[in-house]
Write a protein that binds this ligand. Structure first.
Ligand code: HEM
Ligand code: HEM
Length: 194
């Protein structure tokens, strides 16, 4: 088993991946929740907005896979000293749930899109440049069968994304509390430096 590092910071790779993934997820949550309004107000823009959402989401799947693999070989530093037992347990649990949702949310989105009966007429092209594949699980189904899975994974995508918003809010609140209310060096742990 790889050992915990002796420093009190995450590695630079973990830091870079944390912030890239956080930015992408926050952007997709924010824009995703606005799709219904956009469809009503600017129906001509919805297709481009959803395509960008999918491109960022697929890219995030790659970055999150790298993040998980990196974590296996590079454990987190020892917890911030001086945390109460409940704070340590809550923050570690929140990190586990965040990892779980970081995998489930985009995967459910990709499954939702792969089961779409209009998929064949609308190829997935990342950022309008890189042709990408759908998950080859629904090809043999009737349109009604595809609709069923499309609806199911759409619901899973929406509700796991809403749960993710709650856990990210808790995560941010915890970090801000430790840094600004408890006066601990919280943010430097997840920023570049020696
Ligand atoms: C979608 C957004 C985010 C996700 C999914 C996320 C996820 C995570 C995860 C899983 C960890 C634990 C890393 C590990 O132990 O392997 C972590 C650490 C951390 N995150 Fe985030 N994060 C997000 C956004 C943010 C934001 C906006 C802030 C700042 C306000 C932040 C501050 C931190 C800090 C300070 C740590 C280090 C915790 C420690 O002391 O161990 N994160 N984040
Ligand atoms: C971590 C990455 C992602 C996040 C945080 C995210 C978040 C969201 C959110 C919040 C919604 C709105 C849900 C609703 O109110 O119905 C949404 C919708 C959607 N997402 Fe994602 N998503 C991500 C990745 C993906 C991926 C990878 C795909 C497909 C390749 C995808 C495809 C879609 C589609 C097709 C919709 C519905 C658009 C519509 O028909 O109204 N998402 N997403």
């Amino acid at each position: 088993m790889p050992q915990r590092p002796s420093t009190d910071r995450y590695t630079s790779v973990a830091v870079a991946l944390h912030w890239l993934v956080a930015l992408g997820i926050i952007y997709n949550l924010w824009k995703g929740l606005g799709f219904e309004d956009l469809e009503v107000a600017h129906p001509d823009q919805i297709r481009a907005a959803v395509n960008l959402h999918k491109s960022i989401g697929i890219t995030l799947i790659g970055l999150i896979a790298m993040r998980v693999l990196w974590k296996i070989g590079h454990p987190a530093p020892a917890p911030l000293p001086g945390l109460k037992v409940w704070e340590r347990k809550l923050s570690v649990s929140a990190h586990h749930v965040l990892y779980l949702l970081m995998v489930l949310v985009p995967l459910a989105g990709w499954l939702h899109d792969s089961a779409w009966k209009g998929a064949a007429e609308h190829p997935l092209v990342l950022f309008g440049q890189v042709p990408w594949f759908r998950l080859p699980l629904f090809g043999g189904l009737s349109d009604a069968g595809k609709d069923w899975w499309h609806g199911l994974f759409g619901g899973v995508h929406e509700w796991t994304a809403k749960l993710l918003i709650g856990v990210v809010a808790l995560h941010i609140a915890g970090a801000v509390k430790h840094q600004f209310f408890d006066g601990k060096p919280q943010f430097r742990r997840i920023w570049f430096g020696k």
